[in-house]
Ligand binder design. Structure first.
Ligand code: C2E
Ligand code: CA
Ligand code: CA
Length: 643
């Protein structure tokens, strides 16, 4: 007598897994695909087993033919489970056959299974695997043992494979894979001695469940909104490629204006757009002969990863076409989008040595701005920049401890008074190993780590000390502009810290003007608004920095207590174009109508200077007058100009 209740339970568990996979859209990537294949093979095996048992038990009636068929189908599917499981392990470890003689290696891999299949076919006449005796009983034949031997061969091979890749697994995956294999081995032994118990498939279902939760981690690997693979999945794959030195060709699409456009869309619109891009990128992967997968890396970044085993794939051509398509404005369910793409082709790990650096590099792409056509990582990758980024937390800690930050000052010219009346304080960091590190590199890192709070204090302290000094009084300056990071604005202690600093150096709140950036204030945040208003009530004035680079919500800007708007350099650079004249003229008019003063940043030429003076802007800042200078040089510069 055979019991099929465990098989029924196994089938139920597997069907649930199937539903989970379907609704979590876990179809992408080799790992998911092989898991799905493994699941399908297991479902068929179990179904065939149930069918065979019911026939054997006489629960349903069928001829001799269907009995042979059901048992053959069961053995047919069952023997495929172990090799498919190995394919799955190979996908996890990215270690499917490589190097020369791939065909031979693949043939050897499939040989044991082919032997079983041939034996199963011959069994129809030879009856040496199994047969149905005169009494109608199912009997194992003399070579049935081959079925087990071959399963053991595959299992040992699979174990060796997983062992050889021990360094790319974390503990969770180790446990999952080994307990998966362990379950199966125990169940096989039990079933070998007690064929009636049918525990194998149930153990298999549990192993699959365990692996789905521990190895696949659906939430981490699949982005439910777009159905694409996630950044985590991308990192995993790259980490494996790095360890095994397996070449991947990657096309990264990065919307450089993501921050700007992002603020405009509602959550739903963004999902629609994300899906739209996903669809476009997906349609391109079909062009590749080899398998390619699309990843959604977040913040307007997407990647197509192509297995570069075969040179047949023309990645560059595809990247160009993709760039052309995504460079054009498009409409999706009433949401209009116009991306400014930076499309980059990367050969990993050839162009960029390790996975961490690769991820930094991709995050960094949008800061390079829109590309004309596509760019190649091999042309733009600068190792030093990423050495700095990898070490940045230590560099910053060292700079704070050893007082390496210096504040420079860039004079700002007053058009009405025809002399320098204010200056902007800009931080400089000189590192012994790397020389000057630009703020654009370390400020974002400091914002991420929180070090910006300490750095902000250091800057403010140096500025306050300067303002309280005797030499400052000789310069005739009205105030100094100090940059505030959005992280500082969101800090509960901000107002207290700043007021304390003013007290310590006996300076007035009007001696300093705080700059906040347009992107920082674009969303109303309770703490930020409270901080700004409290400081304003204490008498501190605020400037809006980088005006024209973000999505200008004029309503929001008008609601903040701002005294000054700083027009960004990018607008100044565009000012020469005829089409921009009217826009700039009206912008200036609007700011003036709101009762705010205007600082024009990044003025480098006399032509630009005259243009903005004739527009009646109030202040001019830029290399035309001076670069940011160390304090001593700044003092000399102003004293020279005064005399
Ligand atoms: P920002 O506040 O927009 O500062 C103006 C930047 O433009 C400065 O770059 C300045 O050196 C540069 N600049 C000024 N005039 C010209 C010009 O005519 N031509 C060109 N090409 N550039 C010009 P810097 O010093 O590299 O600072 C970059 C950014 O780093 C700043 O942009 C600011 O956002 C941030 N930053 C600098 N110091 C601090 C600080 O103390 N605290 C915070 N939170 N951020 C800072
Ligand atoms: Ca600034
Ligand atoms: Ca600025």
């Amino acid at each position: 007598m055979k019991y099929f209740y465990l098989d029924i339970s196994a089938l139920l568990v597997m069907l649930i897994l199937f539903i989970v996979i379907y609704f979590k859209r876990m179809f992408r990537g080799d790992i998911n695909r092989y898991f799905l294949l493994l699941l399908c093979v297991s479902i068929l095996t179990t179904s065939a087993d149930i069918w065979a048992i019911m026939l054997d038990n006489g629960d349903i009636t069928g001829g001799l033919m269907s009995r042979y068929l059901s048992h053959s189908l069961y053995l047919f599917m069952h023997s495929a489970t172990t090799p498919v499981f190995i394919l799955y392990c190979s996908a996890i470890t990215d270690s499917w056959v490589t190097g020369k003689n791939k065909f031979v290696k693949k043939a050897i891999f499939w040989l044991p299974l082919s032997v079983i299949y041939v034996m199963l076919l011959l069994n129809a006449t030879l009856h040496n695997m199994f047969y149905i005796d005169e009494a109608g009983k199912y009997v194992r034949g003399p070579v049935f043992i081959a079925f087990y031997i071959i399963a053991v061969i595959y299992i040992v091979y699979g174990l060796l494979k997983v062992f050889s890749c021990w360094h790319i697994f974390d503990l969770g995956r180790w446990l999952a894979l080994f307990s998966g294999i362990g379950f199966m081995v125990i169940a096989m032994v039990v079933q070998f001695f007690y064929p009636g118990l049918r525990v194998e498939m149930f153990a298999g279902a549990l192993a699959l469940l365990f692996m789905l939760m521990m190895v696949q981690k659906p939430e981490e690997m699949i982005d439910i909104e777009t159905g694409l693979l996630t950044l985590t999945a991308f990192k995993n794959l790259m980490f494996r490629s790095e360890k095994r030195n397996k070449l991947k060709k990657i096309i990264v699409f990065s919307a450089t204006n993501y921050q700007k456009t992002h603020a405009k869309y509602t959550y739903e619109q963004e999902i629609v757009l994300g899906r739209g891009i996903a669809q476009i990128m997906n349609s391109y992967t079909e062009l590749f002969k080899e398998r390619a997968d699309v990843y959604h890396l977040g913040s307007g970044r997407f990647a197509i990863v192509v297995k570069a085993d075969e040179p047949s794939v023309n990645v560059v051509k595809v990247a160009k076409q993709l760039n052309e398509i995504l460079d054009k404005p498009f409409t999706l369910e009433n949401s209009e989008a116009h991306f400014e793409p930076n499309t980059c082709v990367i050969q990993f790990p050839k162009d960029i040595p390790d996975a961490d650096t690769l991820v930094h590099f991709i995050e960094d792409l949008s800061s390079n701005g829109k590309t004309d056509g596509i760019v190649f990582a091999r042309d733009i990758f600068k190792q030093e920049r990423y050495d700095i980024l990898t070490e940045i937390d230590d560099i910053l800690e060292d700079a704070i401890k050893n007082k390496k930050f210096k504040v420079y000052y860039q004079p700002i010219y007053s058009v009405d008074e025809k002399c320098f009346r204010t200056a902007e304080a800009l931080i400089r960091l000189y590192d012994d190993k790397y020389g000057f590190i630009p703020p654009s590199l370390f400020i974002p890192a400091a914002e991420r780590s929180g070090a910006i709070l300490r750095i902000g204090e250091i800057v403010l302290e140096q500025v306050c000390e300067f303002i309280s000094s005797e030499e400052y009084k000789k310069l005739g300056l009205h105030y100094i502009e100090v940059n505030l990071s959005v992280v500082q604005c969101m800090d509960d202690g901000m107002v207290g810290n700043i007021m304390e600093m003013f007290d310590k150096y006996h300076i007035r709140t009007t001696d300093i003007n705080l700059e906040i950036t347009e992107t920082a204030v674009s969303d109303s945040q309770e703490i930020m608004d409270r901080n700004i208003n409290n400081l304003f009530n204490e008498g501190v004035c605020f400037s809006l920095d980088d005006f024209g680079t973000g999505y200008s919500n004029m309503h929001r800007i008008a609601s903040l207590p701002l005294s000054i708007i700083k027009i960004d350099k990018s607008i100044v650079d565009d000012a020469g174009k005829a089409s921009m004249q009217i826009v700039i003229e009206n912008t200036v008019k609007m700011i003036k109508a709101l009762g705010m003063k205007i600082v024009v940043e990044g003025v480098e030429t006399e032509r630009q200077l005259n243009q903005f003076i004739s527009l009646r802007c109030d202040y001019i800042q830029g290399y035309y007058f001076s670069k940011p200078l160390p304090k001593e040089d700044f003092v000399t510069f102003l004293l020279d100009k005064a005399s």
